[in-house]
Design a protein around this ligand. Structure first.
Ligand code: PLP
Length: 427
């Protein structure tokens, strides 16, 4: 049996951990079967408890952009650890990472470190509300901004995968302040602003969406959001938790040349450690405690080991300007070659891709540009595809509502192994 030890471990875990996992999508519930339990990871590969090595296209859901267990990050964090694990005081490292981030990301003067993408987005909307003195926010159907209450309204990622995008436990009072629009639909957004004049604090958007599968913003969509915000005194929040330091050093703002007012980060910024951040211009960040009245805090925020991992990872990326080209090219090769194989086999599909994010949708549709389009895809076929790849030691996200994350450790050998697996998929 391929997954003998994983099965036993999963059985045990389910006795003590709800669903056997600490984050729902890991449970393989939508694709069926047993989640693989991972023992170690290195470079392009993760190794399961049964001794199998998989080419990894999840990369811890995005952070491991330079591959797993990079020796430079490993050494730097081990050295840092010798000085202590956590102090709860300011450290030089925090200023170092803040300087680095503000030097490469456009339109920001200051940054506050937190422990996850959820915290970053939750704090960003509190800041936007405090800054504008308005309550409502606009979010897009299928976008995921973490699991804080305001965002679990038609949310993407696991919430979409499991069919509960509106979570019980979120009060009506909270839900009424989250207004919903369709991704890539500016008219929807305009209508919301007309109906809620002077009440909307911010639009929060994944500038390149990855939580309903990879959905690329249509030309004019983000520009339109910028204009609507400017015309209505609202702030534009780019949730760059997935896209930050992945689509470019300056994230989607740089790649797509659009300015946001507040930017949130997670994933790559911590190099695999629990880190998030939010950032904005000085006049906005001045509203944050202890300078201003908008409260936000964290016992482990700016943790020295996590900061060292983040600084080392960001410097590696920043000093290797070919890295983004390499991962983008690897992703393009995967897209082109998988498309060719499916065309030869007559398997209807559509691949969305931007930079090093991509998703394979099984569908006759010729474009996939919002959440409704994704729901209409053949998710049963996706589940078969997922299991076929897994059997052939290629690991993609266990849901048709997620993106692939390509790392710099994925080279020709891994791409060829992936394409061989795709070739033997019968559809
Ligand atoms: N925002 C986006 C775009 C995300 O993809 C995620 C997580 O996948 C989050 C926010 C939440 O981040 P975290 O899981 O670190 O809380």
């Amino acid at each position: 049996m391929l997954y003998q030890r994983s099965s036993a471990l999963f059985k045990d875990a389910q006795e003590y951990i709800p669903g056997g996992v600490n984050s729902p999508v890991r449970a393989f519930k939508s694709v069926g079967g047993t989640p693989i339990f991972i023992k170690k990871a290195e470079g392009a590969y993760i190794y399961d408890e049964d001794g199998r090595a998989y080419v990894d296209y999840i990369n811890s859901w995005g952070p491991m952009i330079i591959g797993h267990t990079d020796p430079r990050v490993l050494n730097a964090t081990v050295e840092q650890m010798k000085n202590g694990f956590s102090f709860g005081t300011p450290t030089e490292l925090e200023t170092e990472i803040a300087k680095l981030i503000t030097s490469v990301v456009p339109n920001i003067d200051m940054v506050r470190m937190v422990n996850s993408g959820t915290e970053a987005c939750m704090s960003a909307i509190r800041l936007a509300r405090g800054y504008t003195n308005r309550d409502k926010i606009v979010k897009f159907e299928g976008c995921y901004h973490g699991h804080s209450d305001s965002f679990l309204i038609k949310a993407g990622s696991g919430a979409a995968t499991f069919g509960n995008p509106n979570s019980p436990g979120v009060t009506q009072g909270t839900a009424k302040d989250t207004l919903l629009a369709e991704y890539n639909n500016l008219e929807d957004v305009k209508t919301l602003f007309e109906q809620n004049k002077d009440e909307i604090a911010a639009i929060i958007v994944e500038p390149i969406a990855g939580n309903m599968g990879c959905i690329v913003p249509e030309k004019g969509f983000l520009e339109g959001l910028r204009q609507i915000c400017d015309a209505n005194g609202a702030l534009l929040i780019f949730d760059e938790v997935m896209t930050g330091f992945r689509q470019a050093m300056g994230g989607s703002q740089e790649r797509l040349n659009i300015n946001a007012d507040i930017v949130t980060f997670g994933k790559v910024i911590g190099g695999g450690f629990p880190v998030g951040a939010f950032a904005a211009r000085r006049e906005i960040m001045n509203h944050l405690a202890p300078l201003g009245p908008v409260y936000q805090a964290g016992t482990l925020s700016g943790n020295p080991i996590a900061m060292r991992a983040g600084i080392t990872t960001l410097n590696i990326i920043n000093n290797d300007r070919e890295l983004f080209n390499r991962i983008d090219n690897a992703t393009e090769t995967l897209d082109t070659e998988i498309s060719k194989i499916f065309a030869e086999k007559g398997i209807p599909n559509h691949i969305n891709r931007l930079g090093s994010m991509m998703s394979v949708f099984f569908t006759e549709q010729t474009e996939i540009k919002n959440f409704t389009d994704v729901t209409k895809c053949n998710h049963e076929k996706f589940n078969k595809f997922f299991h076929h790849l897994l059997t052939n030691e290629v690991y993609i996200a266990p849901s048709g509502y997620e993106t692939w994350f390509i790392s710099d450790a994925i080279k020709d050998a891994e791409i060829n192994k992936t394409l061989d697996a795709v070739r033997s998929f019968e559809g």
